[in-house]
Design a protein around this ligand. Structure first.
Ligand SMILES: C[S@@+](CC[C@H](N)C(=O)[O-])C[C@H]1O[C@@H](n2cnc3c(N)ncnc32)[C@H](O)[C@@H]1O
Length: 301
């Protein structure tokens, strides 16, 4: 399925081209969009950290995130923001949010880098409702205009440079209709818990799982997340680099993309965002153009 063919190492982060068998991938998705995606698959794509081994266990290892009490409030908010318009999920993964949102009647498209994750998605009931393009969410264009673009579960951090994150905001904005919104759900960096001189913080430990973040570059805001899972016999580890960002970083990226903050909540229940919040759901709006610009100029020009 994935005929991976990395070429062209560029700079510090290894970039490569991925050749993907779109015909095989089209099985289970709306085919027209995959056809059009061919035209957009140009240039390099970032490293894929969600290959077949990770994708095979993703729904199980992230079972808590698939629980109805986690998914339903998110879908409720997103459906409300989409209204009678269409939605685009950046990094759609195995469809944790896209499938229930589409089941609510919202037309949902997706962009996703990992064909292994998409292989898992396409065999799920309802996948045929989704229009999915393979590519990097920072650069991949997908046809259509959207009332809502969203990027959840800390995934903005999977873009590990500021340039890529800025590009992602611009890409999200370029897919939005005027008045449409871009929603990001991401953790607040927990650097307050990192004593001076330390570079590692365990964020979860219990039977069968240890999770820790290794802060590798406090200047470039780069860290690596490690998850060790044990089934009592074997131990497996997943390692995911990420770039952590403060809400104010994201506000500036949004501003560069021509978006303005409309809401910031601490969670999908719309709890107020305070200094103690560990995560946030932020909503930026693409302003509608002022009515007098239609003819190409301000009054009097
Ligand atoms: C934590 S998972 C989230 C998946 C899904 N949104 C969810 O909430 O379950 C992160 C996803 O981001 C995808 N991803 C990482 N970097 C990406 C990029 N540059 N462009 C598109 N997708 C990317 C991964 O392949 C993976 O499917």
């Amino acid at each position: 399925m994935l005929l991976s063919d990395p070429v062209c190492p560029l700079g510090g982060s290894r970039l490569g081209h991925a050749r993907v068998d779109l015909d095989a991938l089209a099985e289970g998705f709306g085919k027209p969009l995959l056809e059009e995606a061919r035209g957009f698959m140009i240039g390099g794509v970032p490293d894929d950290h969600f290959g077949y081994e990770v994708a095979a266990v993703y729904d199980r290892s992230e079972a808590a995130m698939f629980a109805p009490e986690v998914v339903n409030p998110a879908v409720e908010v997103l459906a409300g923001l989409a209204g009678d318009g269409a939605a685009l999920e950046l990094a759609v993964g195995t469809g944790r949010v896209a499938l229930p949102l589409a089941a609510r009647g919202v037309p949902v498209s997706g962009i996703e880098l990992s064909t292994a994750m998409l292989d898992r998605l396409r065999v799920k009931p309802g996948a045929e409702r989704l229009q999915v393009a393979v590519g990097d969410m920072a650069t991949t264009r997908t046809p259509g205009r959207f009332r809502l673009v969203y990027l959840v579960f800390n995934t903005i951090g999977n873009l590990t440079t500021q340039d890529e994150q800025v590009a992602c905001f611009a890409n999200a904005a370029s897919h939005l209709d005027p008045g449409g919104v871009f929603v990001v759900e991401v953790a607040v960096p927990d650097l307050r818990r990192l004593p001076p001189g330390e570079h590692t913080r365990v964020f979860d430990h219990g039977p069968g799982h240890i999770g820790y973040d290794h802060y590798v570059d406090l200047v470039a805001q780069r860290a690596v997340s490690h998850h060790l899972h044990s089934d009592g016999t074997t131990v497996s580890e997943t390692v995911t680099p990420f770039r952590y960002v403060c809400p104010s970083d994201l506000d500036l990226m949004a501003r560069l993309a021509g978006l303005a903050l409309r809401h910031r909540w601490a969670d999908w229940h719309r709890a107020p965002f305070t200094a103690d919040a560990t995560s946030h759901v932020s909503v930026w709006e693409k302003p509608a153009p002022p009515p007098n610009t239609e003819a190409g100029g301000a009054p009097g020009c």
